[in-house]
Unconditional design. Structure first.
Length: 308
């Protein structure tokens, strides 16, 4: 096996010469090509020679930077009631964050931070449901905001974050950060003993990657700097000191219809120009559920517990 002296897998550290691919930027349809490397040991993917300035790939129209949607007084009361019922065991009234809070062990008084929070919408929904200690960190947000007592949004990267938390969340954020080992190590420092780090992320184990290659919608070059395999993220997490408590595959039909658009040369921004039939949409939904059950979906939620 040959060794590539200029390459090291950012998840498992393997230095063997990787498989290489050329992938196009397709969210906005610029057509720029970027080189990807696939680790021959753990199967994780990473971008080779990423652009020095990534800010141009996050315009104001980028989905996570849209305006925060505020709920009226009555709706806030209903959201609080919904979460109270969910926490009591009524799972059919599930808020978007319900399962994440449940499996992480967090509660209304837990200290919670969302890393790469975008406009803070998820934290706002948690605040509306009654959570009392919420912080968000994102270097790309327009400005810092103290939303209300116990709910703050900071225009900071994770490396500038301070405090001690019971739950840290990264929802499709880790893959946008340049050094996953440094990021996870910082998360470890920010967590209280026994605290949980929740990482939702695309996975290189995805069947859609194996079948459709560089047309896979969640490659999303150059914004996704790396995409781990399950093995790759487990190896790195355990190296840092985490226990992998649980892995839930949570991929959706997006993996299929988004990939089909790219195979047709249609950028994601122009998705509305092509309509899939109701029958095909249903097939995509059922296939996504099946793939999640078999561990073949293109994303998952990892619950990582700090040991000491």
């Amino acid at each position: 096996m040959s060794i590539d002296s200029g390459y090291s897998c950012c998840y498992c550290g393997d230095k063997q010469t990787p498989e290489k691919y050329q992938a196009k930027e397709m969210m906005f349809g610029t057509g720029e090509c970027f080189e990807l490397a696939e680790c021959t040991s753990c199967g994780s993917l990473q971008l080779l020679n990423p652009p020095s300035d990534l800010s141009i790939y996050y315009p104001a129209t980028y989905y996570s930077l849209q305006e925060l949607v505020i709920s009226g007084p009555l709706k806030k009361v209903l959201k609080g009631l919904r979460y109270a019922l969910f926490a009591s065991g009524f799972r059919f009234l599930k808020p978007v964050f319900g399962e994440w809070v449940r499996w992480s062990g967090a509660g209304l008084k837990s200290r919670i931070a969302d890393i790469g929070c975008g406009n803070g919408q998820l934290l706002y929904e948690m605040h509306a449901a009654g959570f009392k200690k919420l912080d968000g960190f994102d270097p790309f947000m327009e400005k810092e905001k103290k939303m209300t007592q116990g709910f703050r949004l900071f225009k900071k990267s994770i490396y500038d974050a301070e405090g001690e938390y019971d739950l840290l969340m990264m929802h499709h954020a880790l893959e946008h950060m340049s050094d996953p080992e440094q990021v996870l190590s910082k998360c470890y420092e920010l967590l209280a003993k026994g605290g949980c780090l929740l990482v939702r992320i695309p996975l290189a184990d995805a069947q859609v990657w194996k079948e459709d290659g560089v047309n896979w919608v969640q490659l999303d070059v150059p914004r996704h700097l790396h995409i781990p395999s399950v093995k790759g993220l487990e190896v790195l997490a355990e190296k840092i000191g985490f226990n992998v408590k649980r892995i839930d595959f949570d991929s959706t039909e997006f993996q299929f219809w988004g990939t089909e658009l790219y195979k047709m040369g249609i950028p994601l921004k122009d998705a509305s120009s092509h309509n899939f039939s109701k029958k095909l949409k249903k097939e995509f939904q059922n296939k996504a559920l099946l793939f999640n059950q078999k561990g073949l979906g293109d994303q998952a939620c990892f619950y990582l517990e700090r040991r000491n």
